[in-house]
Design a protein around this ligand. Sequence first.
Ligand SMILES: [Zn+2]
Length: 236
Amino acid sequence: MNADQALRRDVALANRITERFGLSGAFGHASARIPGTNSFLIPTRRSPGLADENTLLVIDTDGKVLSGDGEPNSEFWIHARIYAARPDVGGVVHAHPPACICLTQIGQPHRIVHNSAGGFLDGVPEFERIGLIRSRELGDLLARRLGKGVAVLMRGHGISTALADVRTATVAACYLEESADLQMRMLTAAGGDASRLRVFTGEEAERVRDQLGPRVVERAWDYYATAAAQRPLGGA
Ligand SMILES: [Zn+2]
């Protein structure tokens, strides 16, 4: 398998992972920058659970479809404008995971409450404007809110993650939803009193920052990708 084929396979798996692990249903998409270019690989307009490595589109940061057959996902601007703003980013995942959406709608910021969330130590900003990101301008606004971060929560909508490669962006998306789900459960168990949560201090979180580092991501990707490849649709 050459590098292009391997990247296409990763993009298809990344999409299928988000569906397999409950971050997306009919909607959501993961993409990868084609190294050294301002263009990226992204599936056609279907559920990420149905992503096919043989039918990916190549789109550039101005939103122009350079190759591939089929219609792009309507929110491809998320990817285009994050890649435009962030030359360091090689992978973007956009999904609609329920616990993350719940956090935004009860006005709770993301907190680090377990080890796997250590990679979010520098904070996860929130994009407050509801609705879909279907224009270049909205893509730019979202990219600005993301800033130099690894993820952004989107109120009443979902999340986007942006990291050095599509594998890390995918693992980060899974961790962020796991983290938000735990935070919601803890809030419920604490009667909704956020002050009772034993949120990690900055020093504590620093000790687990490596959870989005290459060694841990490699192990996590191996699991997620194998599970998604074996059971492409429908979760558990
Ligand atoms: Zn969306």
